[in-house]
Design a protein around this ligand. Sequence first.
Ligand code: FAS
Ligand code: PHB
Length: 389
Amino acid sequence: MRTQVVIIGGGPAGLLLSHLLYLEGIESVILERRTRQYVLSRIRAGVLEWGSVEILRQAGLSGRMDREGIVHQGSMVTWTGGDRFLIDTQKYAGRELMVYGQTQLTEDLYAARDAAGGTIIDEAADVMPHDVTTDTPWVTFEKNGETHRIDCDFVAGCDGYHGVSRTVIPDSVLRTYEKVYPTGWLGLLSETPPYEYLVYSRSERGFALCSMRNPMLSRYYVQVPLTDTLDDWSDDRFWTELKARYPSDIADAIVTGPSIEKSIAPLRSFVAEPMRYGNLFLAGDSAHIVPPTGAKGLNLAVSDAWYLSRGLASHFNAGSDDLLDAYSDTALRRVWASTRLSWWLTVLLHRFDDEDEIDRRLKISELEYIASSTNALASLAEQYAGLPL
Ligand code: FAS
Ligand code: PHB
């Protein structure tokens, strides 16, 4: 087989990149190691920056999102004994937020690729890029007991944190930066009406988040020790703990019900540089991981795919490599800005076992300052809204 771009990974980054390339007349093949059903079974992100919304709209991928997505003017922050404030992205940054689940977005991306006759090879095992530092890279994979080879011009590593692409970059070239937070998020999905806002809570009992997917599908999180497992958390225990982490007016408004999904995700900050090695480009979680506190992971996957599609389009359609040569630096500027915001909000809003009394008082003081200062609220809002592409 031969194509212009082999994309490793059929998550949001790989699927969006493939469709953006298609719109530029550029062929690609996606190699996904899981089944489509498995990819769509993962419950992940829920908030899109307006920059991501505009990219999806320009690519003709926003029909269902515009029908079913929920537009918010911001998200709320509350804390034990304190007041609360709205991260008013509309007022301070002139941009709203779109609450729309990653699962729904991924379904839409798969549907668009199928409608366009895109090539997505599921259950592609042992995917391996070769000769990526030459002008004739190729990729091998196993399927149905046979080894297959695809020759191409470029390889896009959109295979997430545990993917193979990043491992192809030699240690002498790759620089990685990692911070592992000693805590995790227990997420629960329920077919109940959500609270009206997204609300982040810094409770003395730990972090919590109220979110949503649609008017009858709610998404909630509580911070848990990494030693906890799902067996430790019955639905009743989850609902009791969630409500205990909010002021009574919010807690009383939370509608409980049976969980239809529960999962525990660890929190880490991770960045790999550079996001290019020869004709291999990294995009999305293969190059960076942020703690979900800032709702940035999915949005970085979107911006990486957009930057990379512009570079490849310029190469194939205009004969210029300027944008491609600038891809890694351009994407990393945005990655580090989102990594910093996500780290700052995670430290500010979570309780850590090694946190002493002065740590706690300093964080409360910072929340009180933000609530009292339009400058601080504006700064937080423009970062949470998503910095310009
Ligand atoms: P993905 O991981 O989504 O996709 C990579 C794909 O590559 C996968 O389908 C995988 O099967 C495939 N793959 C891996 N190795 C391969 C190989 N060797 N060969 C072929 N295919 C391979 N972000 C938020 O903004 N908010 C959240 O609340 C949030 N919650 C999250 C919860 C969890 C448990 C996780 C893991 C992530 C969460 N994220 C969240 C971040 C998440 O949304 C990612 O940012 C987003 O999925 C990134 O998309 P991709 O880069 O496409 O990576
Ligand atoms: C979600 O709805 O899953 C969600 C929303 C905001 C976040 C993280 C997750 O910061």
